[in-house]
Structures are given as structure tokens and as C-alpha cells.
Design a protein around this ligand. Structure first.
Ligand code: AKG
Ligand code: FE2
Length: 207
């Protein structure tokens, strides 16, 4: 495990290739039940380049009218999100250092040209729990800074199987994905990247 200068924890190669294949099979089942949709920015309605879906009791969604929020159903098909795969619950237990399970797993699918601007994850009511993120498929250039937008950032590559934990003082660090590196992982046949972001939404007493 590597601790970055700003305290963010990076676990390179946390999942071996068999574990990545098994997790990918779980995620393919999630996407079959809850298809990827095109999220749009609040107010402007501008589409994001990333495609999204969720699993677990709650899912993070966004659209022009209602903005960023958590809800218990898919915004297009209206069904409850599929359950969180056991494998992800076990991964959270292994790295989160938090005694309650995640409530939401956001599935982000990046084509090789997609990216995600610098942002904080702050739509949750519980910042005591960390954000745990898992990368599958092509590598990306990940950028992480401090808790103010203007703080200095560091950039590093996230490879398939890597896990990142934003917790404690770093829970509200700004972060984003500047680019995807095409042809860097056979997992998704060298095309695209999946990121799984596990979060706790509510304080434990409220759930
Ligand atoms: O794709 C990633 O590694 C980061 C995703 C992210 O920051 C988010 O979904 O909030
Ligand atoms: Fe984020």
C-alpha cells in the first residue's frame, strides 16, 4: 500500500487477474439488470462523457432537472438497483477501516476518450466513512489534490485491479480522471475502463 503526500491510500494490484475477471462478471450482471445511462449535469443538462449505473441499496444519479442525488431506483427503468456483489462487500471490509457496509456502488464506464473533471464526493450525509474506488480495464491518469480546489494536485496511473481509499482527512479531497490510456489492459479487450466507487451515504444510526 502506498500513502500519497496528501494521505490518500493507493493499493496497486490489489486484485489479481482472476479476481478482476470474477468482479467483472459480477459487474456485467449488474449492467444487464441496470443498464448504463448517460448522466447529465445539473442545470445545463450537458451530458457527462462517463456512462453510469449503480448497485447496492442506493445509487448516485444526476440529471438536468434534479441534479446530484442518491436514490433507490434506476432513473430510466425505475427498478431498484441490483444488490451489491459479495465480492465488493468483502473488498470494502478489507480496506475501509469502517465498521458498516457501503450503501452505494457507482459503476462508471469510461470509453477511451472519456474523463471526469476535478470534484469532491460530497453528496453523502456521512463523511466518517471512506470512499473506496476500484479500477478495472484500461489504465487512467488519476489526479488528486487537497480539500480546496486550488490545492496542489498529484497525478498517477491507476491500473486494472488497483484500489484507492479516500478516508479520514482525505475524504473530501478533490480528484478526477484526466485521461484513459488505450490498449493497457486485456480485461476489457483493451478498450475502456470501469471504475467502481463504494460509498456510505447515511450515518449508521439512520440506516
Ligand atoms: O473513475 C475514477 O477513478 C473516479 C470516479 C469518481 O471520482 C467518482 O465517481 O466520483
Ligand atoms: Fe469522485
Amino acid at each position: 500500500m502506498l500513502v500519497l503526500p496528501n494521505g490518500v491510500r493507493h493499493f496497486p494490484g490489489f486484485l489479481d487477474s482472476d479476481e478482476q475477471e470474477a468482479l467483472l462478471a459480477d459487474i456485467r450482471a449488474v449492467v444487464t439488470a441496470a443498464p448504463l445511462y448517460v448522466p447529465t449535469m445539473p442545470k445545463t443538462g450537458k451530458p457527462m462523457s462517463v456512462r453510469m449505473t449503480n448497485c447496492g441499496p442506493l445509487g448516485w444519479v444526476t440529471d438536468k432537472e434534479r441534479g446530484y442525488r442518491y436514490q433507490d431506483t434506476h432513473p430510466e427503468i425505475g427498478n431498484p438497483w441490483p444488490p451489491m456483489p459479495e465480492r465488493l462487500l468483502a473488498l470494502w471490509e478489507a480496506v475501509a477501516e469502517y465498521p458498516h457496509p457501503p450503501e452505494a456502488c457507482l459503476v462508471n464506464y469510461y470509453t477511451d476518450t472519456a474523463k471526469m473533471g476535478l470534484h469532491q464526493d460530497r453528496d453523502e450525509k456521512d463523511f466518517a466513512a471512506p470512499v473506496v474506488s476500484v479500477s478495472l480495464g484500461n489504465a487512467c491518469l488519476f489526479r488528486v489534490g487537497g480539500t480546496s480546489r486550488s490545492a496542489k494536485t498529484v497525478s498517477f496511473r491507476l491500473e486494472s485491479g488497483d484500489v484507492v481509499v479516500l478516508g479520514g482527512e482525505e475524504r473530501l479531497c478533490y480528484h478526477g480522471v484526466d485521461r484513459i490510456y488505450p490498449d493497457t489492459s486485456p480485461l476489457l479487450r483493451n478498450s475502456g475502463r470501469i471504475n467502481l466507487t463504494l460509498r456510505r451515504v447515511n450515518p449508521p444510526t439512520a440506516s
